[in-house]
Structure formats: structure tokens, C-alpha cells
Design a binder for this molecule. Sequence first.
Ligand code: BES
Ligand code: ZN
Length: 642
Amino acid sequence: MTSLLRAAAAAAAVLIAACQANPSPPPSEAGASKAAPVLASEDAKDIHSYARPLEARVTHVALDLAVDFAAKSIGGTATLDIERKPDAKEIVLDSRGLRIAAVADQAGKPLQWKMGANDANLGEPVTISLGPDTRKLAIRYQSAAEGGALQWLTPQQTAGKRHPYLFSQGQSIDNRSWIPTQDSPGVRQSWEATIRVPAPLTAVMSAAAVGEPDTDGANRVFKFRMANPVASYLIAIAVGDLQFRSLGARSGVWTEPSMLDAAARELADTEKMIDAAEKLYGPYRWGRYDMIVLPPSFPFGGMENPMMTFLTPTFLAGDKSLVSLIAHELAHSWSGNLATNATWADFWLNEGMTTYAERRIVEELYGPKVAAQQVALGIDAQNKAVTEAGGPAAPDSRLHIDLAGRHPDDGLTDIAYEKGAAFLRMVEAAVGRERFDAYMRSWFDRHAFQPVTSALFLADLRKNLVKGDEALEARLKLDEWVYRPGIPDNAVAADLKAFAAVDAAVAAFSGGGAPDAAQWNAWNTDERLRLLNKLPRKLPAARMAELDRAFSLSTAGNMEVRFAWLELAVASRFDPAVPALEQFLTTQGRRKFVRPLLTALAEDAGWGRPIAARVYPTARPLYHPMVTRELDELKLGAAPGS
Ligand code: BES
Ligand code: ZN
């Protein structure tokens, strides 16, 4: 193509995009892949992938897939562009239960391949023999029946009750169950997809929509393109009876029709959040920021899939009181999606930085008091996580964690989130906000679309922030924060004033006083959560009943409040809350809510375990495989084979 023709084509593409109801930005750079190099340092070696990307790696993934609800399977072709050392004889991909029919090269010539033995955590390696000039791999396959990233919902499990629903949750290592690629966060690829779904359903993915959907017989065909190189765990899909509502110039929300109004109302501050995040960390580099509010079985509060954050419906409180979740997922557009942990040992780089940034965005929108309260709740969560890790000397209270022989989700604790955030708050306090903000912004500029490690971050901090200032270096205790257990003594203390009124109310109630409904009604959600979390854990039934009556806790419309109440109810063996508990456990499947409750019940042989054993078989079909994988270990008797 001549450059003139190319310019005309690009202009036409922009025009076409501008005409769509839900315009997607033109790809930032068309043409050849610009996948980031894989880091070669020892600390960037990923023990949770079979791939050997320094020998042969994937740089682009093109999916051509059909969604089959009857078979609960996605199938079709994945065509991978690869880069390889000239003498590489094979390439290794990750899989989990994939059924591969054939592998061919760019000319359609069949390639030898073999599937290795299954490992419970990692799945199976797929080793493909390379010819001297193999550049592309076309893999014909079907996704695993169950147990991976995909959750297939019956119509009954959706809000509308009329259509089935499918969504994926790839982080950390489950995308290998439906995409045959190198499933390591240190290996980035651009990607595109053509997705066939039964009419009248709609597919969305974590990428720009290309054109309007086509119709092909009984199917609708959707096309997507992610021009930026991303980690494989960030490829995501949802299919259902979905509608879109714009929230502003570059954001909008998808959800089932009956939830659209509530979702749009709750998310009204999104554009302001994007502006606040850009002010802190530089331009938002992904074009649009859309969100999808999923059915209640979505296992997380949110998931930062690029251009399409996935959200639980349990954050819909009616009063925007839980939208720090959006600040969090949005902040991942920098920490996590631009600069990505190269391995799950450095998960804190994703989540700790994001938790820090989340509160900065909250401060910008809702003021310093609200932000200080969320920081204080975070410090409590951090300290609880240290205890749960085994105390301040326990190896799992380190930021850079050793996951050898374990699943990466073992590192999914508030050590990564809250100790990570506390580390950055300490650095901010030591150098001043202005200097630290400028540094963080420059960090994202230097590492945009790159994998990063703890060692790389510390070296970058030293080079660009500490700059040889020995007194500062000594004050920061950088290595202690990242590589040693516990919380170093230079952590910034919580602002005691943040919850002064609440803590006084806790003391009054603990001393025998009556609950004060007027005060409760005047409080915000964080204040209510603080009260519930600070109350003595084993309260007599009469005192629990007083609380429930005064604050209507068993029917609280705010799911975080209801969860905090039910946790207290389980700890206090409060029988009257059991119906509310059963209802809560059988109507949503958010890991953060169901795991602690079912675990606490299961551990209480005398009271809770029979309740858990009764509820779990009913609840289990609603839960995502990544949640049942953990909960089945409680041996409550509902899992196949238990
Ligand atoms: N990326 C995480 C979710 C995740 C982490 C999924 C690890 C799988 C493995 C997401 O950004 C997150 O942190 N979600 C939180 C939100 C919260 C801290 C505001 C959640 O779901 O609770
Ligand atoms: Zn996160």
C-alpha cells in the first residue's frame, strides 16, 4: 500500500469508528506487533507457566471462536504469531483441559504437537514442534468442559431469567482453559477475536469492538481488537442478554436490561474518576473505559479487564457508597495493565500500587476524610492479614512472596493489597506528595506495556527518586518492606481522628450501652463497617438482637454491611441470622464474601458446620469454578467425588 492509500484507509477507519453508537478508538498503531520483550532476569522467571518464552514466544493471538451453550464449550481456531530463536525446535504453550484437534503452520502444513501430564495447579503443557521457518501456529481446539476460567450460567442464574450467560475470569492462571497461549503475565501479546454467539445474545470483550455485529444464520458475529500488547490473563469475554448505556465521552456500562438504570446511576462518577486518575498518572492509554455489571456469581468485586472492567452486582448500593471499587479497577489501567507483574510472586506490584492509587482517586472525588477512613480500614485489614499469614515473622507476610509448589491465588491476600499500599504511603510521606506523584507518573511512562518485578521497581526508585540520598535511603528501608516479613516500623500510622466517633460508639456499646440508631443512620458505609468490624466477636444473642433491630442489619441493602454483620453473626452463633445467612450464600458468589463465611462455619463443628453442609450443595452451582476449587477443600460434601 502506498502511504497515501494508507492514510486514506486510516481516515476511513476513523470515520467508521466515529459513526458507531459505541465508537472504538482507532488502534494506536496498526501493523507489526510491538510486543514487549520478556524479561530475562532470574526473578522474572514464571513458575506458574510451562512456557519458555525466551526460546520461542507468542506475540499476537487471533481467535475465531463459536460459543456453544448446549455443550458448555468455546471452540474454533487460535492463530498465534510467534517469535523464536533461530535454532528453537519447539514452542511450549499452557493449557488446562483443552481438547486440541490439530495444529498447522502459516501455510496450513500440519505440525507435530503433544500434550504433557496434568498438574493440579498448572494444567498441561502443549509442546509444538517448529519447522525452520514456522512463524504462525493455527490451533483448532475446544475449551475444557469445566473447572477453568469460564462460567456458564443457566437462564435461572441471570437477572432476566430468559437467556443463558457466559463470562470468563482469567486472572491468575485460568485463561489457559479456553485460550491456548503462553499464560504468563510476563509475556505480552496484542490480540483480536471473531466471536459467534447465538442470537439474540451480545458478546463483549476486553478490547475495542470492531464494526457492528454481523448476522450469520442463527448467530451474531462480533469482532474485537486489542492493538496494545497485554498479558494473557487480561483477555476476557462475556456473553448474555446485554444492553449498553453511555456514561460520558469515553465510558459506558453494559449489563442485563433490568439492571441498566441502577448500574448507570451507581457509575455516574466514572468520567470524573478517569480525569482524576489521569491527573495523577498521565494519559489513559486504552481509548474507552467501559464496564459490565455481571450476574451475582461473578467471583470478584471487580476485574480490571482492559477497556471493559468486569463488576459484581453486589457493589450496587444505590448511593454510590461502594464505588471505590471503580477507582480501584480504573487505577489498574496504569498499575497492572500498563506495568504488569512479570510473575505472581510480585502480585503486590499490581494490587498494592492499585490500592494506593484507588484511595488517591477517592480523595480527589470524595475528599480527604473519606480517603483517610478507607486507609484506616486498610491498615486493619493489613494487620489481620499478617496474623493470618502466621504473624510478623511468617514468610507469607512478605511482599515479594515465594509461591513454589502453590497456586498463585495463595498470594491473593491483603499483604499484597494493603501492605503494598502502606509501603507506597510510607514513601509518599518520606519524600512529599508532589515528588512522589511525579515519580509514580514517570514510572508508568517508563514501563508502559512492560512486565515489571520487585527488583526492577526498587532499582527504578533508587535511580529516579532516591538518587543517592543516603539519609533518605536509610529512612525508607526499601528492602525490608519488599523482602522481609511483617510491617516495618516506619509505616505511616492510621489517622485516629478518622473514626473517632465510631470508636467511641464501639466503646459505649461494649460497655453495655444501647445501639444508637440515629447515629448509625447518619453514618457513611465505611463508618458502619468500622463499627461492625470493631465490635467484640462473641456477643450474646440478646445484644445481637438489639443491634439487628436498631440497624436492620439482616436486611441491609448494602452488601458489604450485610457481609460484616453476617460475619459477626457466625462468630456469635446468632441463630436468628441464619435465614439471612443462607439467603446471602445462595444468591451471590463473590469470593470475598462466601469464602470467609463458609470457612468460619465449617470450622465451628458444634454450630456452623451443619449449616455449611446444608447450604453449600445448594449454593455451589452458583459459584465460579475458581471459588469452588477452594471451597471444596472444606469437604462439605457437595463436590463431585467428595
Ligand atoms: N485483579 C483483582 C482481582 C483478582 C486478583 C482476580 C487476583 C484474580 C486473582 C481486582 O482488581 C481486585 O483487586 N478486586 C477486588 C476489588 C477491591 C480490592 C476494591 C475484589 O474483587 O474484591
Ligand atoms: Zn485489584
